[in-house]
Design a protein around this ligand. Structure first.
Ligand code: HEM
Length: 156
């Protein structure tokens, strides 16, 4: 166990996570819009937190909105940062604990349960685009998403 209580990833897990993430990253703009669309459809109560997106209803609306694309790009970049730095827990903590604070104070996201739900939606898209994940891919991604969510929730 390391800081934040999440087991270290093995080399095999890291390789599987990186390889499967690269598949999504090749088409991240499109993937990002699909992730957001799926997330909002399954969780309509999360939508009011995104004040700039409240009038966007369809996949086409999201895809043509600069605000939606900006936001999803930030989220994808944050996950990318976690994938690259997964064993540098101090670096991760510096970024995601600050983001936790920002989601509370600046973005007024009052319900932290949605972090895990959005993470799962991202992971479903990774899995879909890879035609499934290996055992190491699954266990590696579980660690990545658990640490992201734990840190994003840390200031709540
Ligand atoms: C994997 C989970 C998530 C990650 C990694 C993430 C990351 C980020 C990042 C990096 C930003 C931009 C911060 C900046 O540039 O200062 C942001 C903004 C924001 N996030 Fe999240 N976020 C996540 C989940 C959520 C969820 C679940 C919600 C709401 C239910 C949410 C609501 C917002 C809002 C409202 C903003 C501001 C957007 C704007 O100004 O248009 N985030 N997020």
């Amino acid at each position: 166990m390391s800081a934040h209580g999440i087991a270290r990833t093995t080399e095999g897990e890291r390789a599987a996570v990186r390889a499967s993430w690269a598949v999504l990253m090749k088409d991240y703009e499109h993937a990002g819009v699909q992730i957001l669309d799926k997330f909002f459809k399954a969780n309509p109560a999360a939508k009011p937190f995104f004040t700039k997106m409240k009038d966007l209803h369809t996949l086409e609306d999201l895809a043509s909105s600069a605000d939606a694309r900006w936001h999803v790009e930030r989220i994808i970049q944050a996950v990318n940062f976690a994938v690259i730095n997964i064993e540098d827990r101090e670096k991760l903590s510096n970024k995601f604990v600050k983001l936790s604070q920002d989601h509370i104070e600046e973005f007024h996201v009052t319900d932290p349960q949605y972090f895990m739900i959005l993470s799962q939606t991202i992971l479903d898209e990774v899995e879909k685009r890879n035609g499934g994940l290996s055992g190491e891919g699954k266990s590696g991604w579980h660690k990545v998403m658990t640490i992201i969510c734990k840190m994003l929730k840390s200031k709540y």
